[in-house]
Design a protein around this ligand. Structure first.
Ligand code: LLP
Length: 422
């Protein structure tokens, strides 16, 4: 049995527990598949980052897309976080938990008229503007609403974040942000507008970044731009460096946040701008796991390995299929010692060969096995779908000895109610 304090897992009286609660008890009470989160880990991750940034005038905006459950948002709000959002839907979630819209940063390349109108109406803290067209649209909508729109330009510094290509966002070839020269032009326009007001500059170069080198390289080019703006009489309230701090899934070394904080401080020197960051994964990934039950065991026709067909699938946790992501696998109730370990693929019931949660794992399993797929707290449930008309999993939050269902399992009625009869 693996005990891993990284995930708030430990063994008590022979049972694998998250915080104080046995995982098999959670499975019996709420069924499987089920996402389970540790409130203590969420708090610790937040506080460690806050501590690393504390020597500076800094603010954490939790990136809602990583895990947008209302209870998780409420937990971060109570810890003092602002939010980073990418849709009107995410904005509504933040408002639902009583988040202050002034503490919300609206990112994303494709903000619709409706989303911009909603953000202006509630008094969004800042739009991270990603193109000339978007700046014009925000200006026009703000004029119509007779309000002023707070804007910050997202700069793409052309820095390689050295991460999976699907989650790399800071290269010239990516759709995000604008280059520094275009940013100067956009700032010039915003400065001369009576409807727009400039709040800051923004940059996010990717996700699951292993070391802070690329982040600091991006900061250097942002600071050059900040200085050029100062020379033109444009001063910024904040510098937003985005998220992307890498975590440990397998054998990676998680980014050293204290060292990063110290290097940021050194680079920022005596500047008075507020420093903003937008972490998602680093706050939630290792705070969550996906509990799933084995349905059947079968052997590959070539005899090379076994397939453990479980009740969770790629619709519940897409990361392995989409990014070839690794998630550690733990058997919650190992069979007796006579069952030998062998090589298993953990696969779901979906009709695709890409439907796997883990490949080639040495495990002792039987058909009663309850399995935990670790490090699933970020981009797990938020990427889930109803593919194969599967209801999405339940979500449970554990806090010490307390267990709370924070999203009930979807029923077939939930899915069918959107569809209209012929
Ligand atoms: N800010 C912006 C503008 C972003 O686009 C993102 C993530 C973040 C902040 C938060 O980044 P984080 O701290 O979580 O790395 N689905 C992928 C990850 C996609 C990340 C998209 N943007 C995965 O499962 O690995």
């Amino acid at each position: 049995m693996t005990c891993d304090p990284r995930h708030a897992l430990s063994e008590k009286d022979g049972a694998l527990c998250i915080e104080q609660v046995p995982l098999n008890q959670i499975a019996s009470q709420f069924g499987t598949p089920c996402y389970v989160y540790s409130a203590a880990t969420l708090r610790t991750q937040y506080q460690q980052l806050a501590q690393a940034l504390s020597p500076m005038n800094a603010r954490i905006h939790y990136s809602v897309k990583a895990n947008s459950n209302l209870s998780i948002l409420a937990l971060f709000k109570d810890l003092g976080a602002g939010f980073d959002i990418v849709s009107g839907g995410e904005l509504s979630r933040v408002l639902t938990v009583g988040g202050d819209p002034a503490d919300v940063i609206f990112s994303g390349v494709g903000k619709s008229v409706e989303e911009i109108d909603l953000a202006l109406k509630v008094g969004i803290g800042c739009f991270n503007v990603e193109s000339h067209g978007e700046l014009s649209r925000i200006e026009a909508r703000a004029q119509l609403a007779q309000v002023r729109a707070p804007v910050s330009i997202r700069v793409n510094p052309n820095v390689d974040a050295k991460t999976h290509p699907y989650i790399s966002t800071g290269l010239k070839s990516n759709k995000f942000g604008v280059d520094a020269a275009s940013a100067l032009t956009l700032y010039g326009h915003a400065a001369s507008s009576r409807t727009l007001y400039i709040t800051g500059v923004d940059c996010h170069i990717g996700s699951q970044i292993a070391d802070d080198g690329p982040l600091l390289e991006a900061l250097d080019s942002i600071l050059e731009l900040v200085d050029s703006l100062e020379e033109r009489g444009i001063s910024l309230e904040h510098i937003n460096l985005g998220g992307g701090f890498g975590v440990r899934y397998q054998d990676e070394v998680a980014m050293d946040l204290d060292a990063y904080g110290a290097r940021l401080q050194q680079r920022l020197g005596s500047r008075s701008n507020l420093l903003c960051v937008e972490p998602g994964r680093s706050l939630t990934a290792n705070a969550g796991l996906l509990l799933t039950q084995v349905e059947y065991l079968k052997t590959a026709q070539d005899g090379s390995k076994g397939f453990a067909v479980v009740d969770a699938a790629m619709n519940d946790l897409l990361r392995p299929s989409l990014y070839q992501a690794w998630h550690d696998v733990v058997v919650v109730n190992p069979p007796d010692k006579t069952t030998l370990a062998q090589t298993w693929d953990i696969v779901g019931p979906i009709c695709e060969s890409s439907d796997f949660l883990a490949k080639d794992r040495q495990l002792s399993l039987d058909e009663e096995s309850l399995i935990a797929i670790l490090s699933s707290g970020a981009y797990g449930m938020s990427l889930a779908s109803n593919y194969n008309t599967r209801g999405r999993a339940a979500e449970v939050l554990v806090d010490g000895t307390e267990v709370k269902c924070i999203r009930r399992r979807e029923t077939i009625q939930d899915q069918l109610r959107f569809e209209l009869p012929l």
